[in-house]
Design a protein around this ligand. Structure first.
Ligand SMILES: [Zn+2]
Length: 222
């Protein structure tokens, strides 16, 4: 793997930043791709660009604003509240998002001679997004290989990790403080520990507290 090249699907959030560190440790060359689909907070794009620059990673930003045209949702529209009713997909769901993102990432990857595509999708905290499932990623991998006659490998280092384990992975990679302080997960556009109130912050904090608790006395110093 050390002589291979990878593209990381990168949003500037906790998960994809952890994936970026994971890839930097494994591959000879790493580039990042961020999709601009009219996120509520342009700050998310700035945050991704800053992190990529700081880590010396070439950063591609692809315009995917058509996604908002197809599927207005709470991640892109201020007039839709972020909520999840029992038994329904949360309003942050965008149909086909990972299908589209990974497909475009693959076209880019092939163009720059990268075989590996790294994504932070995760089935463990499955909130009903069908295209975060492992079976979907494996199926798409086959489809992409056939569509471009190329041997892509889609890497999903977080697929079976819970949020606490994702923090543990960041820590193992020597990136715990970086991920905690520099990434943006919050739906209200506040970096690091965020607003503390939105579903993304609640999930992130729960995982962080669980990880810190699991480290005992050492964790208290984190
Ligand atoms: Zn928040």
């Amino acid at each position: 793997m050390k002589n291979e090249k990878a593209v990381v699907v990168f949003s500037g959030g906790q998960d994809s930043t952890t994936c970026l560190f994971w890839a930097l440790e494994r591959f000879a060359e790493v580039e990042a791709v961020t999709f601009n689909y009219g996120q509520r907070h342009k700050l998310e794009l700035d945050c991704a660009a800053e992190i990529a620059a700081e880590l010396g990673v070439k950063h591609h930003v692809l315009d995917m604003s058509l996604l908002n045209q197809l599927a207005p949702n709470a991640l892109t529209r201020d007039d839709i509240d972020i909520e999840q009713k029992d038994g329904e997909l949360p309003t942050t769901f965008v149909d086909g998002r990972n299908l589209l993102f990974l497909s475009f990432a693959a076209v880019l990857a092939k163009g720059i001679g990268a075989r590996h595509i790294v994504t932070g999708v995760c089935e463990t905290d499955f909130s009903g997004y069908p295209d975060c499932r492992d079976v979907f990623v494996k199926s798409l991998n086959v489809t992409l290989n056939l569509s471009m006659d190329y041997n892509f490998v889609i890497d999903t280092p977080l697929m079976w990790l819970n949020k606490a384990e994702t923090w543990a992975l960041a820590d193992e990679l020597g990136a715990f403080a970086f991920v905690r302080e520099r990434t943006l997960t919050c739906y209200n556009g506040i970096k690091a520990d965020g607003c503390g109130e939105c579903p993304a912050c609640v999930l992130r904090r729960r995982g962080l507290e669980e990880y810190i608790a699991s480290r005992g006395a050492e964790g208290a110093a984190l």
